[in-house]
Design a protein around this ligand. Structure first.
Ligand SMILES: Nc1ncnc2c1ncn2[C@@H]1O[C@H](COP(=O)(O)OP(=O)(O)OP(=O)(O)O)[C@@H](O)[C@H]1O
Length: 573
């Protein structure tokens, strides 16, 4: 704000009054002001950029940590594209606001108020005439902001839909190609793309509605200065130098007036992104750990050790032995509480035993085992691990010792060795190799040109279904869990390899509790306890011999599968 004052002084003192000796000093002052202003501006721009980048760094880490903290229910309801938008474009809108909009906004407010204040000291009548424009300015910026608010929210949601569609199509590109659905998918994408464009255009139209008025305010300021200021100079109420200063200040208040519309748009974009990020950061996981979980488990371990006389066990309260008891458990997913998926499940699997679970698709097998790792909590009843309710265990202890080899195998884009050692980063080559052998994977890995150093593509692209299953089993074994759950893990593996894997696992019997979900009788027949599920209920239980003798559901499945294998369909008793 010093520059216009200096310019006015040059006009008044040097040009009008003829004090030429002052010109050099005034010019030097102008150079000094320019120099200081440039340094200040550069410094605070860098500071604000650093402020924005640091905040974003923390924000993204918090978001990422939160994602790991959230339970399955959150991911069941939130599209991946939406989550990705929060981590990328929303976060960037916040960075832009923090490192650019804040200082531009501050600049505008300081310039506007400061310039107007100085203008009052130069010539209050003209400044008052200019200040009359301010209410209009507030009105138009407020209206622009009010209408822009929902528009930016819609733009943000539309972008999330677009991202989800792209992501789904990249993941499902094989299915799209196999069904020759490229034109259909492209048309669907164009629909989303068009929606995104229309919503952006709606925002542009909103700007177009108010920006000309804001520009008009800025022209009004110029008109008032020229007409009223000129009149004041002609009538000797004001010097020409003062009018020159005024005119320079006019440029300074013009800039905030013109920018206010654009800044309001940025503020609304920031608001829409904040809403989404706040929703992610404040989302609550339904699976929560008791604050005193560690303590209560240690106490329980101590009491149990004293009662059973096995004092050594009290020293390892963190170690799960592997006893699993379902105590009249019923369960319905939170989004469909009316439909119980599991009904009155009640069984005991002592530590070190093998449990087989059989049942037709959708009977609730995967849901049942997901309760052991506390991916969900039972709606009714208790899942008890080593005599302690699963809800009372520290989550980390529980999940580090209960390992589910899921139906849908997921591998990281890393080396085979890196994938197997995912849960045991300190594992050496020999350990990784021995786990791969147990999972029947060593032979095919060794056959690869780069062996264990072979990098697998995203989600394990480049491997067959059976190979991926064996790798994920090896990864689970390397984690050395006390409770190993195999959810249809060997469904894509040939019978011979599966038999070998079963044999290897049999050798581990006693050291860990193993749950095997399968459709093939051969996968579960050696189990100590076999549960047959039907519509979420256990309809039969026992070992293979007892169940065959019982001539029930298990026997029917067994008979069918034996008939298929031997080429007979009848004649088996
Ligand atoms: N996230 C979910 N929300 C609501 N219902 C679900 C959800 N996941 C599964 N279900 C339903 O719960 C029931 C049991 O599913 P589950 O995956 O446990 O069956 P399953 O016996 O493991 O089947 P499969 O042998 O095909 O793997 C099914 O009817 C399914 O539709």
């Amino acid at each position: 704000m010093l520059m216009p004052i200096l310019a006015g002084m040059i006009v008044d003192q040097v040009i009008t009054q003829g004090h030429r000796d002052r010109l050099g000093r005034l010019c030097l002052a102008m150079i000094a002001v320019t120099f200081v202003r440039t340094i200040c501006r550069y410094t605070y721009q860098i500071m604000m950029e650093r402020f924005g980048q640091n905040s974003i760094y923390r924000l993204v880490s918090d978001e990422y940590e939160k994602l790991h903290d959230l339970d399955f229910t959150y991911f069941n309801h939130t599209r991946n594209g939406d989550i990705m938008s929060r981590l990328t474009s929303d976060t960037d809108a916040i960075r832009h606001f923090l490192s650019w909009v804040t200082y531009q906004g501050l600049d505008c407010i300081v310039l506007f108020i400061g310039s107007l204040a100085v203008m009052f000291t130069i010539e209050w009548r003209l400044a008052l005439a200019l200040a009359c424009v301010t209410p209009f300015l507030f009105y138009f910026t407020r209206e622009l902001s009010r209408h822009a608010h929902p528009l930016f929210y819609n733009i943000r949601n539309s972008l999330a839909r677009l991202n989800s569609m792209v992501e789904e199509n990249i993941e499902g590109n094989r299915v799209v190609k196999a069904f020759v659905r490229e034109p259909f998918e492209t048309e669907k994408f164009d629909g989303h793309n068009d929606d995104y464009m229309q919503r952006n255009m709606a925002s542009a139209y909103n700007s177009r509605r108010y920006m000309p008025w804001l520009d008009g305010c800025s022209y009004m300021l110029q008109l008032i200065t020229l007409i009223f200021g000129g009149w004041l100079v002609i009538n000797h109420y004001m010097s020409l130098g003062a009018l020159v200063s005024f005119n320079s200040f006019l440029w300074m208040i013009n800039e905030p007036v013109r920018q206010s519309g654009w800044l309001m748009n940025d503020v609304e974009r920031f608001n829409a992104s904040c809403v989404k990020i706040r929703r992610l950061l404040t989302a609550k996981s339904k699976i929560r750990e008791r604050p005193d979980a560690q303590e209560s488990v240690s106490q329980a371990a101590l009491v149990r050790a004293k009662v059973s006389g096995q004092e050594a066990q009290a020293a390892e309260p963190e170690k799960i032995r592997g006893e699993v008891r379902f105590d009249h458990v019923s369960f319905a997913f939170p989004d469909d509480p009316e439909t119980p998926v599991l009904k009155d499940i009640d069984f005991l699997a002592p530590a070190g035993t093998k449990v087989g679970i059989l049942g037709e698709t959708g009977s609730g097998k995967s849901t049942l085992v997901s309760l052991i790792a506390r991916f969900y909590d039972p709606s009714v009843g208790h899942v008890v691990i080593d005599g302690i309710d699963a809800r009372d265990w520290p989550l980390q202890t529980l999940r580090s010792q209960v390992n589910i080899v899921a139906q849908d195998t997921f591998l990281f884009s890393d080396t085979i060795e890196g994938n197997i050692a995912f849960g045991a980063p300190r594992a050496d080559n020999d350990y990784v190799r021995s786990m791969a052998s147990i999972a029947g994977a060593d032979s095919f890995i060794s056959g690869m040109p780069q062996g264990y150093g072979t990098v697998v593509g995203e989600r394990g692209v480049g491997l067959s279904g059976g190979q991926k299953q064996r790798l994920s089993l090896a990864r689970a074994l390397a984690d050395n869990p006390s409770i190993l759950i195999m959810d249809d893990t060997t469904s894509a593996v040939d019978m011979e390899t599966e038999a070998q894997i079963q044999e290897h696992l049999q050798q581990m019997a006693g050291s860990r509790t193993i749950f095997t979900i399968a459709h093939r009788i051969s996968s579960v027949k050696d189990s100590d306890l076999i549960l047959v599920l039907d519509h979420g209920r256990i309809v039969e239980r026992g070992n293979h011999e007892n169940l065959v003798k019982a001539h029930g559901r298990y026997w029917q499945i067994y008979r069918k599968q034996l008939g298929l294998q031997s080429g007979q369909s009848v004649g088996f008793e």
